[in-house]
Design a protein around this ligand. Structure first.
Ligand SMILES: [Zn+2]
Length: 379
């Protein structure tokens, strides 16, 4: 993996290069970023650069024996650990080694793949993916091996959040007395699910969502789309490149979101509870990614309403159909209820990402909205 192939994060890349080139390499780093942010790609670009035998100023060479193996993820000093479960072929005590070929292929096909993608690729059905105790014995075994050819042995753990308590404690012990010339690269999305003692032992590389401008530029350059369309997709992607690729492949759902939003607001205005229940049932069917995109789309319309009411029209990014709808809708989003409304949708995004039950969640959103829309503006 090259740094140059990762979307955005100019500053983070600079910081990582500085750390390596000034011999300030930490024995454990946590690449923390939402799914689709590129945290995994960043960790692998870092590992490749650290071990590159002809480092350039901004990237690894790509041609030395180490780079060639790192690019295929087959370097003998690169150890990969990730959550797994049993499937048709692996019936007992699943560990990463059983799934290594599939995982490599998944990353090489799309460095931004998510845990949900992985579940499909690994064919583990609905079973919870975990890093179990047997895996931690494998980690210890790998650490006891001598380094074959690299300067640094790399132990990369994707989703350390999925370690059970006993594996987490074993990892913590290792981090307390790290073996020499071994780098731990933890690639995580949910810091609150990690032991605080683990977090305190690692250097944090935080990947904030890629900003919309960087994403828009990327879309225009890579897919040659017009600016307004690229902006639309960048917004719906919410800093998630995986989502971005999916939207481009499957088409932009803006129109569907628009209609769904109008339907919700109509029922919410008049307190039509059966209508809201129907709406909730429809929402529950569309899948998590799309549910999240819908909420992000809703946040965009709230923002546009506020701009219409109070703001600088130059900041507006609405299309003509939205403008038509907002003429009537915008007055209902005002200084007195806007914070609660925005928080309602933001919280819903948070819970969708954490596997909340969509039926309960969306009904709750719908019912709260009926109240919020009736709040009169305080003068
Ligand atoms: Zn190289």
């Amino acid at each position: 993996m090259f740094f140059k192939d990762i979307v955005g994060y100019r500053e983070t890349k600079k910081k990582l290069l500085h750390i390596i080139n000034n011999d300030r390499i930490s024995h454990a780093q946590l690449f923390l970023g939402k799914e689709g942010s590129g945290n995994l790609a960043m960790a692998l670009a870092y590992a490749q650069y650290v071990n590159c035998q002809q480092k350039g100023a901004e990237d690894s060479c790509g041609t030395c024996p180490s780079c060639i193996k790192f690019q295929k993820l087959v370097h003998p000093d690169l150890h990969l650990v990730f959550p797994v479960a049993t499937n048709e072929k692996v019936k007992k005590d699943p560990v990463s080694a059983n799934f290594l070929d599939r995982w490599r292929a998944a990353f090489l096909n799309n460095p931004y793949f998510t845990l949900a993608d992985w579940q499909e690729i690994a064919e583990t059905g609905n079973k919870q993916l975990l890093i179990n105790t047997k895996e931690s014995s494998d980690i210890l075994k790998a650490l006891s091996l001598k380094t074959y050819e690299a300067e640094y042995k790399i132990m990369l753990i994707w989703f350390p959040e999925k370690m059970n308590a006993s594996s987490s404690n074993k990892l913590l012990k290792i981090l307390e007395e790290p073996p020499k010339k071994t780098l731990f690269l933890l690639v995580a999305s949910f810091a609150e699910q990690l032991l605080p003692t683990i977090i305190s032992r690692v250097q944090l590389v935080k990947l904030n969502p890629i900003n919309e401008e960087e994403l828009t530029d990327y879309i225009i350059e890579k897919y040659q789309l017009p600016k307004d369309k690229a902006e639309n997709i960048a917004r719906l992607s919410d800093g998630n490149v995986n989502q971005l690729i999916r939207i481009i492949e499957k088409g932009d759902d803006t129109e569907f979101f628009q209609n769904t939003f109008v339907q919700l607001m109509r029922s919410a205005f008049v307190g039509n509870v059966p209508g809201l229940i129907d709406w909730t049932d429809e929402m529950a069917k569309i899948g998590r990614e799309k549910q999240k995109q819908f909420l992000i789309y809703g946040l965009h319309l709230f923002r546009e309403s506020l701009i219409m009411n109070y703001g600088d029209v130059a900041l507006s990014k609405k299309n003509s159909k939205e403008a038509e709808f907002l003429k009537k809708f915008a007055p209902y989003i005002h200084g007195t209820n806007c914070m609660d409304t925005i928080e309602l949708f933001n919280d819903a995004v948070y819970h969708i990402e954490r596997n909340a039950n969509p039926k309960i969640l969306f009904l709750d959103v719908a019912l709260k909205l009926t109240k919020l829309l009736r709040v009169k503006m305080e003068v």
